[in-house]
Design a protein around this ligand. Structure first.
Ligand code: GLN
Length: 476
């Protein structure tokens, strides 16, 4: 019987011929079948995955060698990442039935490294949301408690890993959409530095924030996938030229680190007291490992959620203007209407409520009369955050925070209260506003039985120290 622990272990078994890629794919397909109620996948590529597994097994039999660092690794993609000749819809009616005409760079590199893409995962429409309740495919359920949300927006990708429906998955993180669902599902969620992974082929939400992220259960697996997909790309000028370290072979380290925390984040009235207690008590463990843990004077916490929502909605209103019914996807077919009515009808029916709200808000903050009051102010906050971050990482190696102020909430609990929903992002958006890498580690369990994570952040391109600390804390 196949079982999955880590890519390393799986590869050992492939080399010893105690398992095959076909056995792995069959195993995950069977689990996906019995977990359909979770609604983690929007599409499963059963036949193609099986065919690729057979080809990989044959190649191994012929050469005696694995074809690449991700040979036979079964990976799921969020429905915002293009996989050539496969449907990609951003969980939106406006893109229903749209087929990707090219591979995202991340997908191209996964395939080249030997990975098997098993399916497409559910998410919030255009990656806007924190609960996966804004999807045209319906909600994804948290596998630990089906009455609770899996988090969002990459809820399907998180549940695919949580429920053992793939080995690892890709999501996108614009304001926390990988780390927050990872926290709610009790797995690892990692967002690299902005510019570490190409955004080519990632459907845009807020282009100066968006970054592909990785879900998994093992730091080494995440490090290996990062190593494969990171690095310069001719198709995305925002990707850094910074060399890609051999992350996967360097994760073991017990180096003492200077760790900082934002006191105002831990004392925030919205933070669940159990989470507060769990995280502060953990400082003792960190110190026992030889790290120092000290408060950092931040002072900007109250500004980050408003700045994030002003800037991302502004970018979204521009990015989503391309969905007009002319070029792709859904179009209104009412005969004899004026062009502007055609756009209006198409976009009114094609977009969901949350997306429409954000397009309106984004258009408003960019409008002539309000630009300076909102957009410029928010850009100023972003600048202050950059400056502050530079200072912080002069003195500290790592910052720690809770990932989310609460554990996974119940369906419907926050749908009528957008402010409460947006505040769920209070600890995650800082990393996107400044572009620094961040990770959520499944270290804790709440009295209510649900997991919650510790979030760690590091300076730009210091993914390695983040992965090293993570491996130490997770004792992997
Ligand atoms: N919850 C945040 C939002 O709705 C984050 C989304 C994301 O990271 N894609 O904007």
């Amino acid at each position: 019987m196949f079982s999955f622990h880590s890519i390393q272990q799986y590869h050992k078994e492939l080399i010893n011929s105690t398992t095959t890629c076909v056995a792995a794919v069959d195993f995950f397909l069977a689990r996906i079948e019995t977990s359909k109620h979770l609604n983690a996948y929007t599409e499963v590529y059963a036949a193609a995955a099986k065919e690729r597994a057979l080809a990989l097994d044959a190649a191994f039999t012929n050469t005696g060698q694995l074809s690449g660092p991700l040979h036979g690794v079964v990976i799921a993609l969020k429905d915002v990442i293009c996989y050539k000749d496969h449907t990609v819809t951003a969980a939106s009616k406006i893109l229903k039935g749209f087929t990707a005409t090219y591979n995202a760079t991340a997908v191209e590199r996964l395939l080249k490294a030997g990975a098997i893409i098993i399916g497409n995962c559910n998410c919030d429409e255009f990656a806007m949301g924190s609960s996966n309740e804004n999807s045209c495919y319906g909600k994804t359920l948290n596998a630990l408690d089906n009455d609770r949300v899996p988090g969002g927006s990459s809820g399907g990708s998180a549940v695919a890993v949580q429920a053992g429906l793939c080995m690892a998955s890709l999501g996108s993180d614009t304001g926390g959409s990988v780390r927050q669902p990872a926290d709610f599902c009790g797995i690892i969620g990692f967002k690299p530095t902005y510019g570490r992974i190409s955004r080519y082929g990632l459907i845009a939400y807020g282009s100066s924030f968006d970054q592909i992220g990785i879900f998994g259960t093992q730091i080494k697996d995440i490090a290996l996938i990062l190593e494969v997909i990171a690095g310069q790309d001719d198709y995305d000028a925002t990707v850094a030229t910074e060399p890609v370290p051999a992350y996967s072979t360097l994760t073991a380290s017990n180096k003492p680190l200077k760790i900082g925390f934002f006191e105002e984040a831990l004392n925030h009235p919205g933070l669940d007291p159990v989470i507060h207690k769990g995280i502060t008590a953990y400082f003792t463990d960190l110190k026992a490992m030889g790290h120092t843990v000290e408060p950092v004077n931040f002072g900007l916490l109250d500004y980050i959620v408003p700045a994030y929502y002003v800037l991302t909605t502004a970018e979204a209103s521009s990015n989503l203007s391309r969905y007009d019914g002319v070029k792709y996807g859904y179009r209104d077919n009412t005969p004899g209407v004026e062009l502007t009515d055609f756009y209006k009808n198409t976009r009114s029916a094609g977009f969901g409520r949350e997306v429409k709200k954000r397009i309106l808000l984004g258009t408003f903050v960019l409008s002539a009369g309000y630009f300076d009051a909102y957009f410029t102010q928010a850009q100023k906050v972003r600048n202050l955050l950059f400056e502050k971050t530079k200072l912080i990482f002069k003195d500290f190696d790592i910052l720690i925070l809770p990932t989310v102020p609460s554990t996974a909430f119940k369906f419907g609990e926050k749908t009528d209260d957008p402010i409460a929903m947006y505040l769920a992002d209070i600890y995650t958006v800082y990393a996107n506003l400044t572009g620094i890498p961040a990770i959520s580690l499944p270290l804790f369990r709440h009295d209510n039985g649900m997991p919650y994570g510790l979030q760690a952040m590091a300076n730009h391109f210091s993914e390695l120290s983040l992965l090293q600390l993570s491996q130490q804390l997770l004792k992997q």
